[in-house]
Every structure is written in structure tokens, then in C-alpha cells.
Design a protein around this ligand. Structure first.
Ligand SMILES: NC(=O)c1ccc[n+]([C@@H]2O[C@H](COP(=O)([O-])OP(=O)(O)OC[C@H]3O[C@@H](n4cnc5c(N)ncnc54)[C@H](O)[C@@H]3O)[C@@H](O)[C@H]2O)c1
Length: 135
């Protein structure tokens, strides 16, 4: 049997609607858990997708039913949630998509420091929406 990557999605806002749908179509990937501070989208996700639900990203990261975390919470939580996921040994996808280069840079520097401290690999995609540059 092919290995399966069990993914937990952090943040069930507007962007999550696309992710929740598309993730079902990726081979060898299974959505197993979601986290949000709001109960209503958690209940809906449990009903629609049969996933485990958590009211904090940290609690979701403690689950052995999750291999990787997709961070889709508001921008100001990206650094914190990505570091929490990394500290729990989870592969992590997050967007460093702040408004203004200085805050994006601060976010990236914090993530790189965490990567070095934890000895993990980290891939960043940095996009400047003003001119479309990808760094
Ligand atoms: N909206 C877009 O078109 C778009 C496109 C690409 C990327 N993004 C990025 O995706 C991310 C999410 O965007 P969105 O539009 O879905 O935002 P949103 O505000 O609609 O949703 C954020 C969700 O995170 C939850 N949340 C807030 N604090 C939390 C916490 N501490 N722990 C757990 N959950 C928490 C909220 O309850 C909400 O459900 C942002 O970083 C955004 O930049 C957005």
C-alpha cells in the first residue's frame, strides 16, 4: 500500500474552502484534522469530511494522526503556528504573506531561526503582490 500523508489544516476561513475541496483530489494525501477557534466551522468540517477537530493549533499538532500542517490562519499567526508545528515535528506549509516587506522579513527571520534551532528543512515562497516578484 502507498504511504499516506496525513494533513491537518489550521484555520477554516474563506481560503480553506478551496483547500478543503482540493486536498481531497491529491493522491496519497488525506485530510485527518482541522483546527479553528470557532466551533461552527469545526462542526461543519467534521460532518462533511469526517476529520478530527481542535480548538487550537497546538492541540492539533499533538495528534499522532497528523503528519503535516497547512497553516491557513490570519497572517499575524503564521510565524507562531508554523513554529508550533515544527516544534511538534510536523512538516509545515505556510504563507509568508504579510503586508509590507519589513513584517514579511521579520516573519521569515523568525521561521529561519526556528528551522536552525530545530534542525528542520524549511521552504519559503515569498511573493510581493505589488510587482508579482517571487523571491
Ligand atoms: N483570501 C485570499 O484570497 C487568500 C489567498 C491566498 C492566501 N491567503 C492567506 O490565507 C490565510 C487565511 O486567509 P482567509 O481569507 O481564509 O482568512 P479568514 O480570516 O477568512 O480565516 C482565518 C480563519 O482562521 C481562524 N483563526 C483565527 N485565529 C486563530 C487561531 N489562533 N487558531 C486557529 N484558528 C484561528 C479564524 O476563526 C478563521 O476561520 C491568510 O494568511 C491569507 O493571507 C488568502
Amino acid at each position: 500500500m502507498e504511504p499516506e500523508l496525513k494533513v491537518g489544516l489550521a484555520g477554516l476561513g474563506s481560503v480553506s474552502r478551496t483547500i478543503l475541496h482540493n486536498i481531497q483530489t491529491i493522491p496519497n494525501v488525506k485530510l485527518t484534522a482541522v483546527a479553528d477557534i470557532r466551533q461552527e466551522p469545526l462542526d461543519r468540517a467534521r460532518e462533511q469530511y469526517g476529520v478530527d477537530t481542535y480548538t487550537s493549533v497546538e492541540a492539533m499538532c499533538e495528534s499522532s494522526n497528523v503528519d503535516a500542517i497547512w497553516v491557513c490562519t490570519p497572517n499575524l499567526f503564521h510565524t507562531e503556528h508554523t513554529i508550533i508545528a515544527a516544534e511538534h515535528g510536523k512538516q509545515t506549509v505556510s504563507a509568508v504573506q504579510e503586508h509590507g516587506w519589513s513584517s514579511a522579513d521579520a516573519c521569515l527571520q523568525a521561521l529561519l531561526a526556528a528551522r536552525d534551532a530545530l534542525g528542520l528543512e524549511y521552504v519559503a515562497w515569498i511573493e510581493d503582490r505589488r510587482d508579482g516578484a517571487i523571491i
